[in-house]
Design a protein around this ligand. Sequence first.
Ligand code: GAL
Length: 345
Amino acid sequence: MKKLLALLLVAAMSISMVACGGSASSSAASSEAGSEAASSEAASSDVKIGVCIYQFADNFMTLYRNDIKADLEALGYKEGTNFTMVDGANDQAKQTEQIDSFIAEGVDVLIVNLVQSTSASTIIEKAKAADIPVVFINREPTAEDLALYDKCCYVGADARQSGTFQGEIIAATENKGDFNGNGTVDYAMIMGDPENVDAQYRTEYSIKALEDAGLKVNKLYEQRADWDQTKGQENAANVLSQFNDEVDVIFCNNDAMAMGALQAIEAAGRKVGEDIYLVGVDALEEAVQAVAAGRMTGTVLNDDVSQAQTAVDAAVRYLKGEANDKNYTIDYVKVTPENAADYIK
Ligand code: GAL
């Protein structure tokens, strides 16, 4: 019965491969190479891929995990049979248990979005002992950790770039981020989980970009809101009630928090672009719409589609017994009212 299924799968795959044979773009070429590997793997053996996500409830990671699922399915892998995705529920102990179970089950490769980047070395040692390759995504292990095992790599983006882009978006505004005309950009910073380099670098580099543009800055407020919309809204409401017209800019480390901040800004009767600026990161659909409508100053595309595809390609290379580079870095892109229409999905 299993053999028959495998044969049917091979037949279906070759039909679909013939069907896509006509497309000739370079990305199609790379995913074709991937799908070839995967189809033979999926057909000839019981490939098992474990995918660990730090928290299903995270807006950006929801897009990202849906992309991974779609990419794996496009290669002929089936959820429940060839791959399983688990929710770490923002709890490292829970995620470590999930990884232990995947290892005990004998998965062929792991794709891991850590809850805590500092747990990377523990996870790497476990995977190494079981000879299971690991593709880390989104939360970056240190170079030292990655060097512990030849079969692990990281797919992500350089968070410094996203912070720099946020600062540059503000520096490029007509009044250079200074509504109250006091010669200083008075700002509030709403941070993601500070354990995460994305939060650290975005906080640092957004302000550095303002300073590099020759602007004076004044930090009025900085609090963590853990990438979460409701917490973003609560923090922005605090900022506005404490500092009112003094605030020129609200920087949010991601769009979920920026969407919360936007609710607070509008509830306080303030108007983005007229008496306050607001920037985020990710280019969530809702945020891009807000940028296009002038309700948000800008955002930065965190390219979930390319990151997911790159992560799946890396996993497939490990399945074929091939090596990967240590790091794959996907560029961020500035999204402002001028180009927002291009980023509406
Ligand atoms: C960031 C993203 C955030 C959040 C975080 C989780 O790259 O911008 O929205 O998803 O990853 O680690």
